[in-house]
Design a binder for this molecule. Sequence first.
Ligand SMILES: NC(=O)c1ccc[n+]([C@@H]2O[C@H](COP(=O)([O-])OP(=O)(O)OC[C@H]3O[C@@H](n4cnc5c(N)ncnc54)[C@H](O)[C@@H]3O)[C@@H](O)[C@H]2O)c1
Ligand SMILES: [Zn+2]
Length: 355
Amino acid sequence: MRVLVTGGAGFIGSEIVRTLTSAGHEAVVLDALLPSAHGGAADRPDSGIIVADVRDREAVDRALRGIDAVCHQAAMVGLGKDFADAPLYVGCNDLGTAVLLAAAAGAGVRNLVLAGSMVVYGEGRYECPLHGPVRPGPRAEADLAEGRFEPLCPSCGTELTPGLVGEDAPVDPRNVYATTKLAQEHLAASWTRATGGRAVSLRYHNVYGPGMPRDTPYAGVASFFRSSLARGESPQVFEDGAQRRDFVHVRDVAAANAVALEAVGGLRPGSFAAYNTGSGEPHTIGEMAAELASAHGGPAPRITGEYRLGDVRHVTADSRRLREELGWKPTMGFAEGMAEFAAAPQRDMAASPAR
Ligand SMILES: NC(=O)c1ccc[n+]([C@@H]2O[C@H](COP(=O)([O-])OP(=O)(O)OC[C@H]3O[C@@H](n4cnc5c(N)ncnc54)[C@H](O)[C@@H]3O)[C@@H](O)[C@H]2O)c1
Ligand SMILES: [Zn+2]
């Protein structure tokens, strides 16, 4: 199979390229080498990849020649600096996806695997002892400022128990990035209906592992902690550290992409399917910081009580559908993965991107 991997010079994309290549597939990489993801590396000419933006229709048309499937990883990630970043996110992620899909339609490419995200769910799934499953709204700034981090039942104000989110949970994006990730799925679903294409969105949970970028406002929490440790500083854990997440290793995510690319051609034309992609082993952010710090040999994390308004309290995946329907199985355990991550280099923002 010849696969166009957009964003293939990034953290997850470059691991997908390695996985596909070692399985005997051919990967064509198109990546704009965004400065927010690659720092100074964006200035360098690079060989072996097409350095172009997914919004550049001509470049995408050329990249699509002879392609059997598209694996769309290119996106601006993270929460960004502030709302001023919104046009950048929407441009890269949504206009970019629209241009890519229009080009794919023109080129007769019908199979798409999309890098989705758990951020589409907003606050995960909760149970109230009285009201059953409930969906708390966004947390109030006044509560966060007072250190009241747990969302309460919207009907009775009782403390809730977090549970696992399934793919059929209602979507509820809580920030600009999340909104753009949801719009990518909606564009992909519209594309399948309009063209008879087939699309799979893998809703990744918190991906970590070697090659993560150093900390920028555009990276994830594992990257911040790892960068602090590398500087000899304590990881700064926001809120009280009890936020639950599912940390999934980048090689498991790359393997999920490989099985999705194998499977997508067998779907019914016009169909779109979403799959949660998580380890199935939820942990708190505080536990992750402690595990990483101890594997690194210190210093120990510090709980700061700080908060970011766009953050959700708990969101953990139920990834059964991906296991049962596509036969994917994560192989990296939490302690083993964090030990490897603590020792592995991060992507040097000033050097050439990892491939
Ligand atoms: N890292 C995570 O935990 C996580 C979680 C959920 C979803 N995702 C999704 O996974 C995908 C890959 O993320 P990552 O963590 O590897 O980030 P990354 O920043 O390392 O990689 C993204 C790559 O896309 C490129 N890119 C961005 N916009 C582009 C554009 N308009 N045209 C061409 N190239 C462009 C960047 O230069 C970069 O190389 C993204 O779609 C992201 O939304 C990541
Ligand atoms: Zn209640």
